[in-house]
Design a protein around this ligand. Sequence first.
Ligand SMILES: C[S@@+](CC[C@H](N)C(=O)[O-])C[C@H]1O[C@@H](n2cnc3c(N)ncnc32)[C@H](O)[C@@H]1O
Length: 292
Amino acid sequence: MTPTEYEYLRKFLKDNSGLDLSADKQYLIESRLLPLARKAGLSGIGELVQKLQGGARPLITNVIEAMTTNETFFFRDKVPFDHFRDHIMPEVIKARAGRRSVRIWCAAGSTGQEPYSLAMSLKEMGAALTGWRVEIIATDLSQEVLEKAKAGIYSQFEVQRGLPIQMLMKYFKQTGETWQVNPELRAMIQHRQLNLLHDFASLGTFDVIFCRNVLIYFDQDTKINIFNRLARQIEPDGFLVLGAAETVVGLTDTFRPIPERRGLYKPNDPRAAAAKPAVAGAAPRVAVMAGR
Ligand SMILES: C[S@@+](CC[C@H](N)C(=O)[O-])C[C@H]1O[C@@H](n2cnc3c(N)ncnc32)[C@H](O)[C@@H]1O
């Protein structure tokens, strides 16, 4: 790969997915894109770049998706889910007792382990949420991971990563060598393709936003821009949850960290959500929680 081709790909990825590659990541591009080029019948990265410059559509999507890192697992890092159960949801339940509804957005939810972990956590709250309207929207840039998330089918290896055995038995059905999330849990989640670089105002506002382990791939300006737009989609008393290597500190004052609760943030300006955008789009998938 020539330096010019590398620079083209760096800019292409930054503009299209936010991925910010340093000057020395040629090996990463080659390891992910050479197989893709060969599969498309191209001679190598040079020809791939020519096709991208010519606007070859399926190839553009394939290149963007091949460069995303989709690593995830059930109840990843544990602590955010403990916070969700012990701190976030008790506060939400108190604050929304009047309207008995909660909206949760799992931005960059990858292959579904994160939104399903949230859905299982909500189910485990049992009677506290009986009769509540619960909406979980899981989004990701990659259509490929979304398809897997929607199907909710995982290998033995995947269910062994982070998922307590009792939850596996309770919420999954084994079919041969794989495990599928049960229909009730699947019905709690709405999966949508969404690029965080693009406008997401039409999603409406949320009580809780999980946006974990995606902003680490972006440069500072992109992070700031996304934080500022996330602040408009969160209720004034809502919660933002970031990954262990991510923070708003030093980047924006639209959110503030909650002391003693690593990874949790509150919106700073209660007026941020005042200019709420209209909720557009198809009728949302809302689960009404049944009693036990
Ligand atoms: C490392 S995974 C994190 C998954 C999950 N949030 C977790 O913490 O386990 C990052 C996900 O971000 C998605 N992603 C990357 N760039 C994105 C963008 N611009 N907009 C939306 N999602 C993006 C990738 O497709 C990938 O599935």
